[in-house]
Design a protein around this ligand. Structure first.
Ligand SMILES: Cc1ncc(COP(=O)(O)O)c(C=O)c1O
Length: 395
């Protein structure tokens, strides 16, 4: 693994050593159950959970009462979407989402469709964004929720969260936002406006796997979501089960570090991303997907036409890249996100995701550019389709 250039930070990030250090005592000396308030060891664990809750709240401008700890974003998404659907059926069963959402949202909605939900999936433009007028006119009196992500995991394209929130407020419906890829990377402030429910996941911003959170607005609204897991009544009866204290402490530490470094890290990674994109885009028939949209600073999705992403990845074994999202890789289906943006199946299969992170260096970017350029040129040199393309016989 030593020489691996890790450009798969959207799948998961490495644990920051400072986060590990903060978590360690909660595996060893402070092992008590955070609900065991009858003794001081339990109270110490509870205090660590409280501190973590404050740190997670601070990352998104929430209050600690608005944060429920979960096992990650998938659980928070299920809790939010199923919870709202269950509690708002007297208003209606209509939900609005988008074709480019993560499978955790799409599959939860598909499950609810079997239970009677009616879901409108908004299309996206070639740059991967929704049309706000289309959203405005799709909202009906029986629409109980709009579920739209903040940043797309495959392309980094950002939805206009503030504008979406204006529309959901105007129509008095709820806005759930999957901010798994945005939290800790770009500024999120739910203080006065923005989504009513929002999820995040520690392992996407240098925290541990298996720890996440759901924000549910409580200051200005009473939103009912109920519980997904029933049992001991932890998390104010919102999520039963013994708290994962080390994971929660790690999430809190990672949230605090992300908040402190966010602006500087975004600037540094955007500069690296720009070097990567502008250099690779000089290769012929190479397209940066979502380039015209507002995007996360560290993500690039690039189509190397007339090649297959898996061929390229095999030719650069020392670079960790992704084609499509990690959750669906291993399947042969082209990316549903790129297809929704209008790419052909063969162009979608020819696309790679580069997601950079805290521990990547400029030297790695230059090495990756060299290796990729030579891989793409060699593969194309021996490709009959490329010869036809050069002869002008295929586009
Ligand atoms: C946009 C988005 N939503 C949800 C998830 C699921 O997150 P978790 O692994 O915390 O369940 C991911 C992870 O890939 C993601 O990128």
């Amino acid at each position: 693994m030593d020489r691996l250039i890790y450009f798969d930070n959207n799948a998961t990030t490495p644990l920051d050593p400072e986060v590990l250090e903060a978590m360690m005592p909660y595996f060893t000396t402070h092992y008590a159950n955070a609900s065991s308030l009858t003794h001081r060891a339990g109270r110490a664990a509870a205090a660590a959970v409280d501190a973590a809750r404050e740190r997670v709240a601070a990352l998104i401008g929430a209050t600690h009462q608005e944060i429920t700890f979960t096992s990650g974003a998938t659980e928070a998404i299920n809790m939010a979407i199923k919870g709202v659907f269950e509690h708002y059926q007297s208003k209606g069963k209509h939900v609005i989402s988008c074709r480019t959402e993560h499978k955790a949202v799409l599959d939860t909605l598909a499950y609810l469709e079997k239970k009677g939900a009616e879901v409108t999936y908004l299309p996206v433009s070639a740059d991967g964004n929704i049309d706000l007028d289309a959203l405005d006119s799709a909202i009906r009196p029986d629409t109980i929720m709009v579920a739209l992500m903040h940043a797309n995991n495959e392309t980094g394209v950002l939805h206009p969260i503030a504008r979406i929130a204006e529309l959901t407020t105007k129509h008095q419906t709820l806005f759930f936002c999957d901010a798994t890829q945005a939290a800790g990377k770009i500024e999120i402030d739910v203080r006065d406006t923005g989504p009513d429910l929002l999820c995040l996941s520690a392992h996407k911003f240098y925290g541990p796997k298996g720890a996440g959170a759901l924000f549910v607005r409580r200051r200005s609204k009473r939103i009912q979501t109920g519980a997904l897991l029933h049992g001991g009544g932890q998390e104010n009866k919102r999520r039963a089960g013994t708290l994962n204290v080390p994971g929660i402490v790690g999430l809190g530490k990672a949230a605090e570090m992300a908040r402190q470094r966010l602006a500087e890290e975004a600037r540094r990674l955007a500069a690296l991303r720009d070097i990567l994109e502008t250099t690779l885009a000089k290769l012929p028939a190479t397209v940066v997907n979502g380039q015209g949209a507002s995007r996360l600073p560290h993500v690039s999705n690039i189509t190397f036409k007339h090649l297959r992403a898996d061929q390229i990845m095999m030719s650069v074994p020392d670079i960790a890249l992704a084609s499509g999202s990690a959750c669906v890789s291993g399947t042969r289906d082209p990316s549903h996100v790129l297809m929704a943006m209008g790419l052909s199946a063969s162009d979608a299969h020819a696309s790679l995701r580069f997601s950079m992170g805290r521990f990547n260096t400029e030297a790695e970017v230059h090495t990756a550019i060299r290796q990729l350029t030579s891989a793409v040129e060699q593969l194309r040199a021996s490709s009959p389709i490329w010869q036809l393309h050069k002869a002008g016989l295929v586009k």
